[in-house]
Ligand binder design. Structure first.
Ligand SMILES: CC(C)(COP(=O)(O)OP(=O)(O)OC[C@H]1O[C@@H](n2cnc3c(N)ncnc32)[C@H](O)[C@@H]1OP(=O)(O)O)[C@@H](O)C(=O)NCCC(=O)NCCS
Length: 330
């Protein structure tokens, strides 16, 4: 069903709003991953709302879905514009109203269907949003695997759920001073990382591959780790690569990654191994490219990028939720 059809349906029966996200997810050429751990420290997830934006006398119509996190702000999940002459000012108008009524829009997807990215980009940048492009890569199943370097004095062992505290500590150190490259909005990095590690170790939505999730040691000291998971598409996925800064640049990241790849090759010989990073992450990118990960063609991208405004997040407004917006097409 195209946008027009879904909108018509919605006009006829607004009670369907919560199912709209599902409808769209099916009609899009890529999967929309829920950002489950975003703002996970808030615990109580914001409520999903869907609104229709119309301007009197204008044929333009936009469908917006967002989550309002009371006391924190708003994350726009989807925006679909149906207009004979789409204008980026439509976007700034929508963001202004959402920010005023629901709290500052701190994040929005870059899937702004119906608006041209070339027009949207300068507008959002001017408003203080930073773009995070998620680079989806794979290590192809048929590609020869580089050998694990033997020069470093690292040892590896499989991660166990009892390693949670160690993983959190390494993650906190790895991300310290690195916040500008964080693609998720964070108010409490340790809490976010704790949630992430805990979710991952408990299986979460995607199954952790324990045999290919490794902790690296220099002697007795844990210095880095990698988590691998098995998403529902059946292709193993390298989900988290972290090295303690005190041990970075010494080869542990490369050795760990190659060891994990060799474990995954043994477990899933016919499967490509996926890995996603954000383009800002120059160190990660250099590592993944040098090991042999290849970017997926645009049509096979699995994840969408995002825009983030730390300024909006920093303002931390009190809840200003005013329900009802969009119900009568205002
Ligand atoms: C990315 C990261 C895991 C690399 O680990 P590392 O142990 O420092 O990496 P290595 O010493 O094995 O280096 C491997 C390659 O990474 C790249 N690299 C490492 N440090 C780099 C730096 N400061 N600048 C640019 N490239 C760098 C290089 O390509 C390097 O290969 P080379 O030594 O032949 O030039 C580490 O920097 C880290 O934990 N960063 C913070 C968390 C993070 O961003 N994780 C990845 C999320 S997708």
């Amino acid at each position: 069903m195209g946008l027009g059809g879904v909108l018509e349906d919605w006009r006829r029966d607004p009670s369907r709003t919560l199912r709209l996200e599902q409808d769209y997810a099916r009609s899009l050429p890529f999967s929309l991953r829920p950002y489950g751990h975003w703002l996970s420290h808030a615990r109580e997830f914001g409520e999903l709302k869907v609104g229709l934006w119309t301007v009197p006398g204008s044929p333009s119509v936009a469908l917006v879905s967002w989550k309002a996190f009371p006391g924190m702000g708003t994350r726009v999940s989807h925006l679909f514009v149906d207009s004979p002459a789409p204008s980026p000012t439509l976007l700034s108008d929508i963001l202004a109203v959402l920010s005023e009524r629901e709290g500052p829009v701190f994040a929005l997807t870059d899937l702004l269907a119906g608006l041209s990215p070339e027009e949207v980009r300068p507008l959002l940048q001017e408003m203080g949003y930073v773009h995070f492009e998620h680079v989806d890569t794979v290590f192809p199943s048929g590609k020869p695997l580089p050998p694990v370097p033997t020069t470093g004095h690292w040892s590896f062992r499989s991660i166990a759920p009892s390693d949670e505290a160690v993983l959190v500590e390494i993650s906190c150190r790895a991300y310290a001073g690195y916040e500008e490259q964080l693609m998720w909005p964070t108010l409490d990095l340790r809490r976010d990382l704790m949630d992430y590690v805990r979710d991952s170790l408990s299986g979460g939505e995607e199954k952790l591959i324990l045999g290919a999730s490794l902790l690296a040691f220099a002697g007795e000291v844990p210095v880095g780790y990698i988590l691998s998971s098995l998403p529902s598409n059946g292709n193993p996925y390298v989900a988290s690569v972290q090295v303690d800064p005190a041990f970075q640049g010494q080869g542990v990241g490369r050795a760990l990654l190659l060891q994990v790849l060799s474990e995954l090759r043994a477990l899933y010989p016919a499967q490509d191994v996926g890995l996603t990073y954000v383009r800002q992450n120059v160190r990660g990118r250099a590592l993944y490219e040098s090991v042999g990960f290849e970017p997926l063609p645009a049509e096979q991208r699995r994840t969408a990028g995002s825009w983030l405004s730390r300024k909006a997040l920093a303002s931390l407004p009190q809840s200003s939720v005013k329900p009802g917006w969009g119900e009568n097409g205002e």
